[in-house]
Write a protein that binds this ligand. Structure first.
Ligand code: UD2
Length: 314
């Protein structure tokens, strides 16, 4: 392909996986302040330029957009913790919303050759409205600063397509899992936390896992390789312009069943404690992926095959 591609948040979990995939035959520029991401996540080679900085730095962002004529931009940088957004709504708003609007304006002024900007939104926009599965026209009920910012930013991204002819798309990620997801906060993806505990157990250390609630809550867990495939399809399809897509598998599994799957695959078991339900936790969530399938997307990984690949079980 040999394109110039900007990935904000390119050292993070999803961004680094995307970079490692696309840098085989494109030039990638990454902006990341390493607040959550890690340099070790990136396969640094001649095709990758790493810039250590924040997407909230307007001077830096202007310089980057003016310096290189990007064909594609993936805006993945964000404060990913919902709890953090509740603690620090103003600071998280600067990263999760203002950086998006600023980037859109920079592109409008300085990047006429852009083929597509793809923005990472979230299933959080659907909130706790119980109808399932969620399709892109389902009721939107964002409940936290994180979800409100994601929804507002997503609308701006699509409005720039319609108002100014800036080619954009947005994705609503469901529960993404896979290598390089940081397990070190209680709000890290639950699969990264469970994996970490099973790895401890394997190496003879003390391990345990706390389930918040009765464990019957369910999620649509999508393996990172399927997410990368979805992003590439959206990037390549002209008819994805001006649209938002759910990115999930269309299937769901409860936390209890997930734990059983880990036990089956690893042949280990760890002590499980049941704690009070997490405040604001959504009971069940899964995606209707009909719209993404119209771009020829088929998720290749079930929860079992995805976990096998992640846990490197041959
Ligand atoms: C996901 C997203 C979040 C936001 C939200 C919107 C991830 C990592 N997070 O949060 O950014 O978009 O969806 O709805 O994708 N759990 C336990 N024990 C633990 C950790 C989690 O029982 O140690 C439970 C948790 O209470 C929840 C489920 O596991 O019911 C999944 O938790 P999560 O933090 O992986 O993802 P979620 O859906 O809360």
């Amino acid at each position: 392909m040999n394109m110039n591609i900007l990935i904000t948040g390119g050292a993070g979990f999803i961004g680094s996986s995307l970079c490692n995939h696309l840098s085989i035959d494109n030039h990638i520029t990454i902006i990341d302040d390493l607040s959550m991401g890690k340099l070790e996540n990136i396969d640094i080679n001649d095709n990758v330029t790493f810039i250590n900085g924040s997407v909230t730095d307007k001077i830096l962002m202007q310089r980057v957009i003016k310096d290189v004529e990007f064909e594609y931009i993936f805006h993945l940088a964000a404060i990913a913790s919902v709890a953090d957004s509740v603690e620090r709504p103003i600071e998280t708003h600067q990263v999760n919303f203002e950086s998006v609007l600023n980037l859109l304006e920079l592109v409008r002024k300085f990047n006429p050759k852009l083929k597509r900007l793809i923005f990472a939104s979230s299933a959080a926009v659907y909130g706790d409205e119980p109808t399932l599965p969620k399709n892109e026209e389902s009721v939107i009920r964002p409940l936290t600063p994180y979800a409100i910012d994601k929804f507002a930013a997503e609308r701006y991204v699509l409005a720039y397509n319609n108002l100014y002819n800036i080619p954009t798309s947005a994705v609503r990620f469901f529960n993404v899992y896979g290598p390089n997801q940081n397990p070190n906060s209680p709000y890290s993806g639950v699969i990264s936390i469970i994996t970490n505990q099973f790895a401890k157990k394997k190496s003879g250390k003390e391990a345990k896992f706390k389930v918040f609630g009765d464990g019957e809550q369910s999620r649509d867990f999508v393996y990172i390789a399927d997410v990368i495939a979805a992003l590439v399809l959206i990037m390549e399809h002209n008819n994805a312009k001006g649209k938002v897509f759910n990115v999930g598998t269309g299937k769901f599994i409860s936390i209890n069943e997930l734990l059983k799957t880990f036990e089956k695959l690893t042949s280990y078991s760890i002590p499980i404690e049941y704690e009070i339900e997490r405040e604001g936790d959504i009971k069940n969530s899964f995606a209707d992926i009909t719209k993404l399938k119209s771009l020829d997307y088929t998720p290749l990984f079930s929860i079992e095959t995805g976990l096998k690949e992640y846990l490197e079980i041959k």
